[in-house]
Write a protein that binds this ligand. Structure first.
Ligand code: APR
Ligand code: MG
Ligand code: MG
Length: 200
């Protein structure tokens, strides 16, 4: 386990901590951009109310609900579908990086973020997108819209490199990059090129 990471059980043992759970929903797809660039996978992220990109999910109170039930509740608010999330979908738990807002008195308790990944069918992902833009109670409030992550590279750095150069909440960017690598959704060489280009 990498430094700064906790097992799910260790994380839950911290009763004085705040907990937040987020999930990467994704599927395979055979569709092509402009009829020639393979899209390969649809990965859902969201534009948050604060202008930052992040994964759907939110704060969970483990004394009232399991992490997974809390994440499912957050999904019903943010994407309009109460998708079941299982313990097997858990990827990692870690202490969130300290931010200027987290040092305020109202949020001085340490935040642990729990990250999940759930693979779905393409039609289920499309249904999530439809619900997120229509029935989700947070639409237009805490969530400004769902976005797909472009995984291809285009001339001049368009595609994944451009996407990675945006601003992300907490460690959402590394959660995305680690997932692309771990799940083999982008080849190691392509991912490295996009990471290098995103910093230019
Ligand atoms: N990695 C690390 N931290 C994250 C990530 C992430 N990928 N995504 C969100 N966070 C942090 C946010 O900074 C926030 O403090 O986790 C916390 C909760 O996540 P949200 O999704 O923002 O929580 P949610 O319950 O959906 O919304 C509640 O109302 O009181 C406000 O600012 C508060 O954003 C919070 C919102
Ligand atoms: Mg929420
Ligand atoms: Mg949220």
């Amino acid at each position: 386990m990498a430094s700064g990471q906790l097992s799910r059980a260790e994380a839950l043992a911290c009763s004085g901590c705040r907990h937040a759970c987020h999930v990467m929903l994704y599927c395979d797809t055979s569709t092509q951009l402009f009829g020639r660039i393979p899209i390969r996978h649809i990965i859902l992220m969201q534009m948050r109310f604060d202008g930052l990109l992040g994964f759907p999910g939110g704060l969970v109170n483990p004394s009232e609900e399991t992490l997974e039930a809390g994440l499912s509740r957050e999904l019903s608010e943010e994407v309009g579908v109460a998708l079941p999330i299982n313990v097997e979908d858990h990827v990692e738990s870690c202490y969130a990086p300290a931010t200027s807002s987290s040092s305020s008195a109202s949020s001085s308790r340490r935040l642990i973020t729990h990250f999940y990944v759930k693979k779905m069918e393409e039609e289920q992902i499309r249904e999530v997108e439809r619900a997120a833009a229509s029935t989700a109670t947070d639409h237009g409030q805490e969530v400004l819209g769902m976005v797909r992550v472009p995984l291809y590279a285009m001339k001049g750095g368009g595609g994944l490199a451009s996407f990675l150069s945006h601003s992300f909440i907490g460690n959402a960017r590394s959660q995305l990059v680690d997932s692309l690598s771990r799940l083999g959704l982008v080849s190691p060489a392509e991912l490295q090129r996009a990471l290098d280009k995103s910093l230019e």
